[in-house]
Design a protein around this ligand. Sequence first.
Ligand SMILES: [Zn+2]
Ligand SMILES: [Zn+2]
Length: 273
Amino acid sequence: MEIITLGTGSPIPSPDRAGPSTLVRVEGRSFLVDCGRGVQMRMAAAMAAAPQLTAILLTHLHSDHVCDLNDLITSRWVMTPFPNPLTIIGPVGTRRFVERTLQMLEDDIGYRIAHHEDLTEGPVVNVIEVESGIAFDDGTVRILAEPTDHAPVAPTVGYRFEAMGKSAVLAGDTVPCPGLDLLVAGADVYVQTVIRRQLVEQVPMQRFQDILDYHSTTESAAETAARGGVQQLVFTHLVPQPAPGTEQDWLDDAARHFTGNVHLAVDLFSLSI
Ligand SMILES: [Zn+2]
Ligand SMILES: [Zn+2]
């Protein structure tokens, strides 16, 4: 199983970090977890393409995690010379979000059908809404979902990929919570979106301070990892973006609570288990 952090940024635009998105490759399948800003540019760098995705999984519907979904839907549709339904798995509310996205794309869909003789219908999308339990299972790869806590954003879910005796947890934005603990227990890899509390607290802007109460921090994510006995912890969705030369500070936060390997992800960081 290979886990590639395609985008490790946050809502704040960065020249170096695309929006949150992680690719999981396992046994010939490719899963995309969240699809933030610039995801397809990073997919191209990782030799992944929308037509080949097995499924897209969304952790929640915050814009920074879903803003390029429309681009993936369109690209898969126009880049495949045959009907190629796209499976989108996400929390309750995903169906409505996808319907609205397709409405937004209506003009473009019309232009392309009118122009290409072999294109006779619009993109086909299968949406699966999940709350708790099996989100995907094809006999080789199993993906479990559990509710997470990103209130007032609700519902939100995290995912645990299981295949070939290995497991990787891809949590979205969440504070530590029972659902997250269930997913993380005994995992080989735990990827968590984090903020660094002591830096966020220094920003004199209420809107920035607001994010403190609904994200895992470098320290609380490490506590979750320790509780779950995971092997490796990966920090992504880094807020604020680490200044060059300060990377070790983020790792030191984690080391106070967790003795396993910790990785501070950059775009296209890859971990194989
Ligand atoms: Zn986010
Ligand atoms: Zn969020």
